[in-house]
Design a protein around this ligand. Structure first.
Ligand SMILES: [Zn+2]
Length: 139
């Protein structure tokens, strides 16, 4: 049980030390989605680092298996919740992604750029073969 208290103190100090770092960024972007996003990403990174540290402490025998299981489960749940929120905010909507890709292709075509269908290398308008992989190009 002493180890658990020790870990709590350690985590509290880590959180305390890292506080000015993310507090500053949250204040800067407090009203924007970006700020929320940065905050979430910071929290995710912080949790991942804590999980890693916990695993290390467990490996070297500083944390009992019982404590490890309990703390680990709590960290993982928290991390998954944050990942879900990041996912829902990052617009990982397949329709949006598709539209974005299509816009990119349209821009490329308008600029007269062509790309190899085999390797994606950019090719000149008049090229018959890809300079990179040698694929025959449509006229
Ligand atoms: Zn190619």
């Amino acid at each position: 049980m002493n180890e658990l208290i020790l870990i709590m103190i350690m985590l509290a100090s880590v959180a305390y030390i890292s506080q000015p770092y993310w507090r500053k960024r949250v204040v800067v972007n407090s009203n924007s989605i970006n700020g929320h996003m940065i905050d979430l990403i910071d929290k995710r990174d912080c949790l991942l680092a804590q999980i890693k540290e916990l695993e290390f402490d467990h490996e070297v025998g500083k944390v009992s298996a019982e404590d490890f299981a309990e703390i680990n489960a709590r960290y993982r749940t928290a991390t998954i919740n944050i990942l879900r929120r990041i996912d829902s905010m990052s617009g990982s909507n397949p329709t949006q992604k598709l539209e974005k890709e299509l816009r990119k292709l349209r821009t490329q075509r308008e600029n007269g750029m062509r790309f190899c269908s085999q390797c994606g290398h950019s090719v000149g308008r008049q090229s018959h073969f890809c300079p990179d992989c040698g694929q025959r190009l449509p006229k």
